[in-house]
Structures are given as structure tokens and as C-alpha cells.
Design a protein around this ligand. Structure first.
Ligand code: ADP
Ligand code: 5GP
Length: 196
């Protein structure tokens, strides 16, 4: 059976696929932004989302921003490797660019939520699943609130989701605790076998 990642008979190539997950506010985007800046040779998948851009976010950089109908179309046409609904918005990973990189044997990094990580685990069991954990619950609340990008009701929903995500840590292959962004980046690059 062909792997849904489009890797077909080359399913072991999915070993080059690393998934970074963790609760909202733990610092996933910060880590990814640091890698993008310091290690442009690492290819990061750009997800599609129905959420509105935050200040400073650009179409095609942090996300491809689409409306509901656009997202429906991508799902119907099988264009997404995985997708999930998170805090009232939908997010998904475009399949083709990931498959292309994996076919070339290049390392690929996905920053996705727990539901997406579980889908990847099912469809591409060779993928490496990395959980980013906060130093403590209080620090997670501080980071999510301190970011100042969501109103209180959205923060509340994200914290509810965070409790569920934290409970799933043992499903992952590795946990990295985000105390220092720099340390997490080096650990992640080492896991991906990328030269620092
Ligand atoms: P996520 O993408 O996981 O939702 P963000 O990357 O947006 O989280 O980070 C949430 C907030 O925490 C941001 O304000 C960010 O600057 C801050 N942050 C991220 N990593 C650290 C860290 N290691 N120490 C302190 N603050 C951090
Ligand atoms: P945010 O709105 O804070 O950018 O992201 C919210 C959540 O959606 C985060 O947990 C992030 O990892 C997740 N996410 C981002 N892109 C994707 C994706 O393509 N698929 C899935 N399943 N989750 C994603």
C-alpha cells in the first residue's frame, strides 16, 4: 500500500520527516522562526489555515491564509497530508511539497498540532515525533497570555486544548523542554541530523 505521504514504495524516506508539536504558547513558532533564520537549508512546511493573519504574518511565509471554501476544496481534492480543527479554525499540511522533499531525501520539518501528529504517526510511522514541553504550566500560561495575540476567551480555549496536548506527551518519540530557544533549536537540528 502506498504511504499517504506520496512516498509510495519509498516509505522509509519518511524517516527524514520530523514533526514538532506541543501546546499553544509553548514556543513552537519561535523555534521554527529561529531555525528559518539561522538554518535556511532546513525546509519547513508552510501550512494552510482558515485563521486570520496576526500582525506581521505574511501569506506564504507563516501560513497560506485561505477561506472556508478554499480549505474545503483542498480537503476534497486530497491536497492535504493531514489536517485538523484547532480552536475554531482549520489547519493543514500541503501534501505535494512535503512528498517532493522526502523523495529527494531532504529533511522536512512540520509544526502541527496533536491531532495532526497522530495522523502522521498513522500514515507515516517512520516519521520522528518531537514534543515541545513548557518548563511548567504557569510558564505556559504566562507565554500564551504575554504574547498578547488572542482575546481571553480564545486563550481559555487554547489552555483547555493545552491540557489535552500535555497529557499526550508519551505518544511522542522525544520531548524537548523549551527553556532556551537556542538549546531547543540545536537539539532539534541534531535530531534531524542537520549540521548546525
Ligand atoms: P506557539 O507557536 O507554540 O503557540 P510562540 O512561539 O508564539 O508559541 O510563543 C509564545 C510566546 O512565548 C511568545 O511571546 C514567545 O516570544 C515566547 N517564548 C517562546 N519561547 C520562549 C522561551 N524559551 N523563553 C521565554 N519565552 C519564550
Ligand atoms: P496558531 O494559530 O497558534 O498559529 O496555531 C495553532 C495550532 O495549530 C498550533 O498547535 C499549530 O502547531 C497547529 N498547526 C499549525 N499548522 C498546522 C497544520 O498544518 N496541521 C495541523 N494539524 N496543525 C497545525
Amino acid at each position: 500500500m502506498a504511504a499517504p505521504g506520496g512516498t509510495g514504495a519509498h516509505a522509509p524516506l519518511a524517516r527524514r520527516l520530523t514533526v514538532l508539536s506541543g501546546p499553544s504558547g509553548v514556543g513552537k513558532s519561535t523555534v521554527v522562526a529561529e531555525i528559518r533564520l539561522a538554518h535556511p537549508q532546513v525546509w519547513l512546511s508552510v501550512s494552510v489555515t482558515t485563521r486570520a493573519p496576526r500582525p506581521g504574518e505574511r501569506h506564504g511565509v507563516q501560513y497560506f491564509f485561505v477561506d472556508d471554501a478554499g480549505f474545503d476544496r483542498l480537503v476534497a481534492e486530497g491536497e492535504l497530508l493531514e489536517w485538523a480543527e484547532f480552536a475554531d479554525n482549520r489547519y493543514g499540511t500541503p501534501r505535494a511539497p512535503v512528498a517532493e522533499r522526502l523523495e529527494r531525501g531532504e529533511p522536512v520539518l512540520l509544526e502541527i498540532d496533536l491531532q495532526g501528529a497522530r495522523q502522521v504517526r498513522r500514515t507515516m510511522p517512520e516519521a520522528q515525533l518531537v514534543f515541545l514541553a513548557p518548563p511548567s504550566w504557569d510558564e505556559l500560561v504566562r507565554r500564551l497570555t504575554g504574547r498578547g495575540t488572542e482575546p481571553p476567551d480564545v486563550i481559555e480555549r487554547r489552555l483547555e486544548a493545552a491540557r489535552v496536548e500535555l497529557a499526550a506527551e508519551k505518544e511522542f518519540d522525544v520531548t524537548l523542554v523549551n527553556t532556551s530557544v537556542r538549546d531547543v533549536c540545536s537539539e532539534l537540528l541534531a535530531l534531524m541530523a542537520v549540521q548546525p
